[in-house]
Design a protein around this ligand. Structure first.
Ligand code: UDP
Length: 259
């Protein structure tokens, strides 16, 4: 959970991403070896699938990332595969492929606090609602979707957190194995729908305008989460309203984040 995660930054600073994400994981795995720890839940990403036409995406979909961030996540999955193959009877590995986590803990005590200009949609919406940014630029309204804006699979960060504890329980109570799991809700929401839901639930306005498409974006990215639901004792429980409400409460109560 110490990975760097900005696509845009990874394009500008690929070596930083390879060093932090890949070397960082390699160092961790070396230390795990030293202490004979052979169980790991890895924070992977739907980014490893790249731009795909099949939707929803299942775990058998080809790994074909199209940016350095995605390359590092895919490289780590390959590294873990090699380690697993080297001693299949010992390793317990779960690659959790996150879709779009948003929201915050409902205590408003734990939330997202980007140290730089955020690139992800949700923290930008929060900053616009807070008056920190003038408006949200929506990247394209001419995509082949119902309202022309991109569709993503947003998942409450606490559902994502619970997927981790479930994955760990699963690994520890089953035979050694390597398992890939999509962690999403299976529900698609467009950028416009998210902005509207956020404004309605939190009774605030989010100014936006349309700009051109962002390079490397896919029109629709939705998880097929059947495998995670059937294998783990888990399912996503929180809806888009709760994501918007909890995310905004965190932001409102902590305008300066953790400072
Ligand atoms: N997006 C947008 N304006 C922004 C940031 C993001 O319109 O300032 C869109 C982006 O094109 C994508 C969606 O919001 O369709 C989610 O983007 P994000 O970067 O949060 O996650 P991604 O799906 O790219 O990993």
């Amino acid at each position: 959970m110490a990975g760097l995660k900005s696509v845009e930054e990874s394009i500008r600073k690929p070596l930083l991403y390879w060093d932090n994400n890949v070397n960082g994981t390699m160092n961790l795995l070396k230390i795990m070896k030293k202490f004979d720890c052979k169980t790991i839940v890895f924070s992977s990403s739907a980014t490893i699938y790249g731009v795909v036409s099949s939707d929803p995406i299942d775990e058998k979909c080809r790994i074909n990332p199209n940016n350095p961030y995605g390359h590092t996540k895919a490289a780590i999955e390959f590294m873990l595969k090699g380690i697993f193959e080297s001693s299949k009877d010992k390793w317990r590995i779960a690659n959790l492929r996150y879709f779009n986590p948003i929201g915050a803990h409902d205590s408003s005590l734990i939330g997202e606090n980007p140290s730089d200009y955020p690139n992800n949609l949700f923290p930008i919406i929060c900053n616009v609602a807070q008056g920190k940014y003038e408006e949200l630029k929506i990247f394209g309204n001419d995509w082949p979707t119902l309202d022309g804006t991109c569709v993503r699979d947003y998942i409450h960060v606490m559902d994502l957190a619970e997927a981790h504890t479930s994955a760990l329980d699963f690994l520890l109570s089953n035979k050694s194995q390597l398992i890939d799991l999509n962690i999403g809700t299976g529900i698609g929401t467009s950028v416009l729908e998210l902005v509207e839901k956020f404004s309605k639930v939190n009774n605030c306005s989010v100014r936006f305008s349309y700009s051109g498409r962002r390079q490397g974006d896919a029109p629709v990215v939705i998880a097929n989460n059947n495998k995670a639901i059937s294998v783990l004792n888990w399912k996503p429980k929180r809806n888009l309203e709760e994501m918007c409400k909890n995310g905004w409460e965190w932001k409102k109560n902590n305008p300066l984040g953790y400072q």
